[in-house]
Design a protein. Structure first.
Lengths: 374, 270
C-alpha cells in the first residue's frame, strides 16, 4: 500500500490537538456525528467532544454476533463498524417528500425549505465513505435526483478514521474500499499506538481546518508506522471474497441448488438489507389529514426482502424467500455493475454481523462457485 | 355536511383493550367523533343505534355457540367489517384452549362446570364470516386504527405494512437484541405495526401482531435452540397471543412433538 497522500498533505497531531479540532468544527456551527457507545453497540450519533468516542472499547464481530469488549489501551478508533451506516443521515428512514393542501383552485403544494443542517462526520470508516459514494451515484447522478438526499448530502464535512485493525466480518480489502480512505474526505486520520494521529489532508476545507490546531509535518518515520498498521489491517481481514467474475457468476447460477439451501436458513427479516450501507430500496406512502384537506407523501425504508416490495397488479413478482434472497445478492454483487458501474458491496460485513442467524455472503459466494451441488 | 359514515364497535371474547385504543385516541378523538357517527359502541355510549352500519370494528374471538350466531348478525348489518386485535384476527391468548382438553380445563377452573356453555375452540372472526380487513396487535396500535379510519374516510388504501418487525426496529436504529445480547426475539417472523415497542426497551418481541406475511419460523426456532434456549421455552414463545395463527401454531406443535429439524448445516438439505 502506498503512503497516504503526498508528503506535504500529511501532518501529525496530538490527541489534544484532535480534541481542539472537534471544538473548532463545533464552533463553525456543525453538528458532529461519529461513533459512540449506546445500547450495547458502537453507533453513529451526536458527539459533544472527543470524549464521546468509544475510548478503550472495541467490538467483537462474527456472523450474527456483536459484542462490546474493553481494550487494554485507550484508543479512540480501536473498533470496527457498528449497526448504523451513514445512510441513516442521508437517505433517512422516513422522509416527507412533499405536502399539499386542497384549495378551491385544486391541489396546492405547500412550499417548505429543504432540510438544512451543517453536518460533520467524525471518525467514519473508509468502507462507509465508499458506500456514500455508491449511494451518491444512485441517488444524485441519475436522471432522477433525490432532492431530500441531495439537501442532506450538501456541504457535509468528513473526517475519516482509517482502520488499523480489521473485524471478524470485515472484508474491505477484498472489495478495495479500505482499510485506508482514498477519497471523499476532508481529513483522514490514522491513529498510532502512542496516541499520535497521522492526518491526510483531502480538501482545502480540511487544510484550513488543521491550520487552527497545533500540528507538524508527518515525518517519514510516522508515515511508515501508519503504513505498517494499515498493511496489517489489510492482511488480517476476518473475511475475504474474491470480487473477480462475480457478475458473471451470479448471472449464470440462478438455478444453483445453493439458493434453496440459503432459503431454508434465511428468516426473510430484511436485516441484511437494512444494515447494508448501500441498499437504497424505499417505498412511498400517501397520508391524508383526517378531514382530507391536507396530504403528504412519505418515503420510507423498504427492502427487497418484503413480499409487498415486489407486489404489482395480481401478486408479488418474487413470492418465495429463495427468489428474494437471490434478488438481493445477484443485484448487490452482480447486476449492480451493469446498472451503476461498480459492485454494490463495500465489504463492511454488516449483512453478516447483523443477520440474526449469521448467513455469510462470502461463504455463499464460495458455495455458488462450486458447480452443481452445494 | 356530507353524511357521516356510521361506525359500530362490537365485542366478542376479549379483554376490551382494543376497543379502548379508540377511546385512547385522546387528541384525535373529537376529530374522529366529528368525522364519523359512532352509532353503536356500548363501551363508550348508552346510545344503541340500529344498523346497518358503514364500518363495524369487531373485537374478540368466537368461543361460544351464541357468539358464532351473533357474528353473522354483525356481518349482515355491516358494509365493511374490520377485525381489531389478536383475538379477532387469530383467536387470541384464549386460543391456548385449542391445544388442550376443554372439558378438563373447565372442570379445573369452575366450581360448577355445568353452567359453562363453550365451544372447544377459540377461533378468529374470519373462520366464521368474510372479513374485509384485519388490524393486528395485542392490543392494536391506536395510530393504525386512526390510519384505517382516515384512509376509509378519504377513500385511499391504508398504510399497514405486513413485513417483519425488524424493519421498524432498523428504522428506529435499535441495535438487534438477538445479535448483541442473544435475546430470543420473534421480530423476524412477526407482523409490523407496533413500531418495535419491546425491542426499544431491550425486550425481545413477543409476537403480539402475529405472523408477518412470510414468516420462516423453522430457522428462527433452530437458532434459539442453538443459543441454548430449551425446547419448551421456544414452544411457549410461539404460544402467545397469536398461538392459533397458523405459522406460530405449527411451529409450537413442532417443538412439542420434538419434530424440530436439526439445525441446518449448510450441507445436505438442498
Amino acid at each position: 500500500m502506498e503512503p497516504a497522500g503526498q508528503r506535504n498533505d500529511t501532518i501529525a497531531l496530538s490527541r489534544n490537538a484532535l480534541a481542539g479540532l472537534v471544538n473548532a468544527i463545533k464552533l463553525d456551527g456543525f453538528a458532529v456525528f461519529g461513533p459512540t457507545v449506546r445500547d450495547g453497540a458502537i453507533v453513529y450519533d451526536h458527539l459533544d467532544s472527543l470524549e464521546d468516542l468509544p475510548i478503550g472499547v472495541t467490538d467483537k464481530l462474527a456472523p450474527g454476533h456483536y459484542r462490546l469488549a474493553p481494550r487494554e489501551d485507550h484508543a479512540l478508533f480501536g473498533h470496527h463498524v457498528g449497526p448504523h451506516s451513514l445512510r441513516r443521515e442521508f437517505l433517512i428512514p422516513v422522509a416527507t417528500l412533499f405536502r399539499a393542501r386542497r384549495t378551491p383552485q385544486g391541489f396546492a403544494q405547500i412550499e417548505e425549505p429543504p432540510p438544512a443542517r451543517k453536518l460533520a462526520l467524525f471518525g467514519v470508516r473508509p468502507c462507509d465513505l465508499a458506500a456514500v459514494a455508491i449511494q451518491d451515484r444512485v441517488l444524485l447522478n441519475d436522471a432522477y435526483r433525490d432532492t431530500d438526499y441531495a439537501a442532506r448530502r450538501h456541504g457535509v464535512l468528513v473526517i475519516a478514521a482509517n482502520c488499523t485493525q480489521a473485524g471478524g466480518t470485515c472484508f474491505c480489502a477484498s472489495m478495495n474500499t479500505g482499510p485506508e480512505a482514498r477519497a471523499g474526505f476532508d481529513l483522514a486520520l490514522t491513529e498510532l499506538d502512542d496516541d499520535t494521529i497521522v492526518c491526510t489532508i483531502g480538501s482545502d476545507v480540511g487544510r484550513a481546518l488543521v491550520q487552527r490546531v497545533e500540528h507538524v509535518p508527518a515525518s517519514d518515520q510516522l508515515l511508515e508506522r501508519a503504513r505498517l498498521l494499515l498493511n496489517d489491517a489489510a492482511t488480517h481481514m476476518g473475511r475475504t471474497m474474491d470480487p473477480h467474475g462475480l457478475r458473471d457468476l451470479l448471472a449464470t447460477t440462478l438455478e444453483h441448488p445453493r439458493w434453496d439451501d440459503i432459503a431454508s436458513r434465511c428468516l426473510g427479516c430484511a436485516n441484511c438489507t437494512l444494515s447494508c450501507p448501500t441498499c437504497f430500496c424505499t417505498s412511498m406512502e400517501d397520508m391524508t389529514s383526517l378531514d382530507g384537506t391536507e396530504a403528504s407523501r412519505l418515503r420510507r425504508w423498504d427492502s427487497c426482502f418484503t413480499v409487498a416490495f415486489s407486489y404489482v397488479h395480481g401478486g408479488a413478482v418474487r413470492p418465495s424467500l429463495k427468489a428474494r434472497y437471490r434478488q438481493w445478492l445477484t443485484h448487490k454483487l452482480g447486476s449492480w455493475h451493469d446498472q451503476f458501474g461498480s459492485s454494490g458491496c463495500v465489504g463492511c460485513g454488516r449483512c453478516i454481523t447483523w443477520c440474526p442467524v449469521g448467513i455469510d455472503l462470502t461463504e455463499e459466494i464460495t458455495a455458488l462457485r462450486q458447480p452443481g451441488g452445494s | 355536511m356530507p353524511k357521516r359514515p356510521r361506525v359500530a364497535v362490537w365485542k366478542f371474547a376479549s379483554c376490551d383493550g382494543c376497543q379502548l385504543s379508540l377511546l385512547d385516541c385522546e387528541d384525535e378523538l373529537l376529530a374522529v367523533a366529528e368525522a364519523v357517527e359512532i352509532a353503536y359502541f356500548p363501551e363508550a355510549s348508552r346510545a344503541f343505534g340500529k344498523g346497518p352500519y358503514d364500518v363495524s370494528l369487531v373485537e374478540g374471538s368466537i368461543t361460544t355457540p351464541h357468539d358464532a350466531e351473533r357474528i353473522r348478525e354483525v356481518r349482515r348489518s355491516s358494509k365493511v367489517l374490520v377485525t381489531i386485535g389478536a383475538c379477532a384476527t387469530s383467536g387470541g391468548i384464549q386460543a391456548l384452549k385449542n391445544f388442550r382438553n376443554v372439558r378438563e380445563l373447565i372442570a379445573t377452573v369452575y366450581a360448577r362446570p355445568e353452567y359453562i356453555d363453550t365451544l372447544t375452540t377459540s377461533t378468529p372472526i374470519r373462520d366464521h364470516v368474510p372479513v374485509d380487513l384485519e388490524l393486528r396487535g395485542c392490543p392494536i396500535n391506536k395510530n393504525q386504527l386512526l390510519e384505517l379510519l382516515n384512509a376509509t374516510l378519504n377513500g385511499r388504501r391504508p398504510n399497514l405494512p405486513s413485513h417483519a418487525v425488524c424493519l421498524e426496529c432498523k428504522q428506529r436504529g435499535i441495535p438487534c437484541l438477538m445479535v448483541t445480547q442473544a435475546i430470543p426475539c420473534l421480530g423476524p417472523v412477526t407482523h409490523a405495526g407496533c413500531g418495535a415497542l419491546c425491542p426499544a426497551f431491550a425486550r425481545g418481541c413477543f409476537g403480539c401482531y402475529g405472523p408477518s406475511d412470510a414468516p420462516n419460523t423453522v430457522p428462527l426456532a433452530q437458532h434459539f435452540r442453538s443459543t441454548g434456549v430449551d425446547s419448551g421455552t421456544v414452544e411457549r414463545l410461539f404460544l402467545g397471543f397469536n398461538a392459533n395463527a397458523e405459522p406460530f401454531r405449527t411451529q409450537a406443535l413442532r417443538m412439542s412433538l420434538g419434530a424440530e429439524a436439526k439445525p441446518s448445516t449448510s450441507k445436505g438439505e438442498s
